[in-house]
Write a protein that binds this ligand. Structure first.
Ligand SMILES: [Zn+2]
Length: 232
């Protein structure tokens, strides 16, 4: 956009620009320091001039306005600006809705799955010897205890397994169905799935009227656990 900061800013503040030119100039100002500071300086000058209005006689007021070269705004014109402000705000919301919000939603996983992933990483579960799992060992992993937890609204029994080198595996059972992770990969038999949630591999499957979740450090370990448990 070709620009004349002084003239454009004055015309902008005076409300002399057409709707299209106003919007263009507002966009331009976001990237143009010269026009931005010109509009800002002129606006401050006008505010200063207007603030003198109350104290000054009419003739002085007119003289200040003439010097500032910025006509006073009528209340009607101020109101007339609102549709453009609203249009600009709507445009911002449209951009947010189209670009930003899907990205946020894409990253946000169902809370019970986030809670399960956090449990694998925390390594701070208070474990008891009951109930004993059907399988005390899964590959290199050995069961070391069980705990009952509420995973963001889903009551769950959590079996904690650990391998000799310290890697852990959680086998989680619930009478309630776990929500499906975003970007989950389908496994056989459906509706089993595998997904990465917060750097934890989650395998989910239904069996014996329970919903099962295996949480492991990597996909291979989660898949091995799923096979060993007869889930997939
Ligand atoms: Zn400019």
């Amino acid at each position: 956009m070709r620009h004349d900061p002084e003239r454009d800013a004055a015309a902008y503040l005076a409300g002399e620009l057409s709707t299209l030119r106003r919007i263009r100039f507002e966009r331009h100002m976001l990237d143009c320091r010269a026009c931005w500071s010109e509009a800002n300086t002129a606006r401050e000058g006008r505010i200063l001039a207007e603030s003198l209005r109350e104290a000054a006689p009419a003739s002085t007021r007119e003289r200040i306005r003439a010097v500032a070269d910025v006509p006073a705004e009528s209340p009607v014109r101020q109101r007339a600006r609102w549709p453009y402000v609203l249009a600009a705000a709507t445009a911002v919301l449209v951009v947010l809705a189209a670009v930003v919000i899907p990205q946020v939603i894409e990253r946000r996983q169902p809370a019970p799955l986030v809670a399960a992933a956090a449990l694998l990483k925390s390594n701070a579960l208070t474990l008891s010897r009951e109930p004993v799992p059907a399988m005390k060992t899964i590959g290199a992993y050995g069961w070391r205890g069980t705990t009952q937890r509420d995973l963001a609204g889903i009551p769950a029994t959590i079996y904690d397994y650990v391998a000799p080198e310290g890697r852990r595996l959680l086998v989680i059972a619930s009478s309630q169905e776990f929500p499906r992770a975003r970007n989950a990969r389908d496994l056989d038999p459906a509706p089993s799935w595998l997904a990465r949630v917060d750097e934890v591999s989650l395998l989910c499957a239904d069996k014996h009227g329970l919903s099962w979740l295996a949480a492991a450090t990597d996909d291979a370990a989660a898949l091995r656990a799923g096979r060993a448990l007869g889930l997939t």
